[in-house]
Design a protein around this ligand. Structure first.
Ligand code: SF4
Length: 318
């Protein structure tokens, strides 16, 4: 078996949600009660093919709405976590359920292979203490990270939100807002003042440069160490951005070939980055600390103790 883990980004476009966030860009809602997920069959078939690969895989299952609203998704994630060549199953939740409900969801999972990202939605939290109890409970079961989206009108209150969450001792990631707000395109429209606030909160230099500063990516491992799968037809691509390379298909059988090495990115910016950390510059400067996305460390911390010019924020980054 090839020892290097293949990172798999597999959005499922499940569109139902139990929250009504005012800033939701996925355009989903709890009213959508008759929703029937159109990709149920493709989802399972693709996963069944992926687990026949002769290498370890770390799969990020991403919905457009809330993952744990779907019994099908929970069932498939449970099954996936029990497959031999699966190193990690990365899930995301809005934390809109009780501890009892999460206990039930995670019954039968191999929790050693599961990591969770919690997206923080302040307008939907009814009881802060309960919310904190739930995230602490989950963090006791598996690696958990919190993600805050730097929605433009929220940028100035993010530092106080960040402070209020710091006591949890759970990694917090800042995702730049990608989209248009009041006629301006983000992340490009962040002001210098907003950038400076977001820089102070960013978990890493990499996170800041790619998500807030929106630098143009260079050499990338997409298609070499990671793949993106289109659930609509099983097509396998190097990544999920518009300018990508088709590698094959995985709907009826495994039929794709990876690139032989990193290639230059053809896009102006990278939106896949917080999931697979594809750019070569990431692996040069950082190492992952486990199966969880959004959990990694700067490789040269010890050297920087001796030579501050080598610190994460001092080196030339790209
Ligand atoms: S840097 Fe991002 S957008 Fe560019 S090829 Fe890599 S994953 Fe795709």
């Amino acid at each position: 078996m090839n020892n290097e883990t293949l990172m798999v980004r597999f959005p499922n476009y499940f569109r139902q949600c139990n929250f009504h966030c005012p800033y939701c860009t996925a355009d989903v809602g709890a009213d959508n009660v008759r929703y029937k997920w159109p990709y149920r069959e493709n989802h399972r078939k693709i996963l069944e093919n992926l687990v026949t690969l002769d290498r370890k895989i770390n799969v990020r299952l991403g919905p457009a709405g809330e993952f744990f609203v779907s019994k099908d998704l929970v069932e498939d994630a449970r099954w996936l976590s029990n497959q031999e060549n699966v190193e990690g199953v990365n899930l995301i939740t809005n934390l809109g359920f009780t501890i009892k409900q999460y206990e039930k969801f995670f019954e039968g999972f191999n929790l050693e292979k599961v990591a969770l990202t919690v997206s923080y939605h302040p307008t939907e939290i009814k009881n802060v203490e309960e919310w904190e109890r739930t995230i602490r409970y989950l963090n006791g079961l598996m690696p958990v990270s919190i993600v805050l989206v730097a929605y433009p009108p929220l940028v100035y209150i993010l530092p106080s939100i960040y402070d209020s969450l710091s006591d949890l001792n759970i990694p917090i990631a800042i995702n730049g807002f990608i989209g248009s707000f009041q006629g301006q395109e983000y992340p490009y429209a962040y002001t210098d003042k907003q950038k400076s606030i977001l820089k102070d909160l960013s978990f890493s230099r990499h996170e800041y440069e790619f998500w807030i500063n929106a630098i143009k990516p260079g050499l990338c491992n997409a298609g070499f160490k990671s793949v993106f799968i289109d659930i609509k037809n099983g097509d396998v691509y190097s990544c999920g951005m518009p300018k990508k390379i088709k590698l094959g298909n995985v709907l009826d059988k495994v039929d794709f070939a990876l690139n032989e090495g990193p290639l230059p990115c053809m896009n102006r910016k990278c939106m896949c980055d917080s999931e697979n950390y594809n750019p070569v510059v990431f692996e040069q400067y950082y190492e992952k600390t486990g199966i969880a996305l959004r959990q990694y460390r700067y490789r040269f911390e010890k050297d920087a103790d001796k030579y501050p010019q080598m610190s994460e924020w001092n080196v030339e980054y790209w």
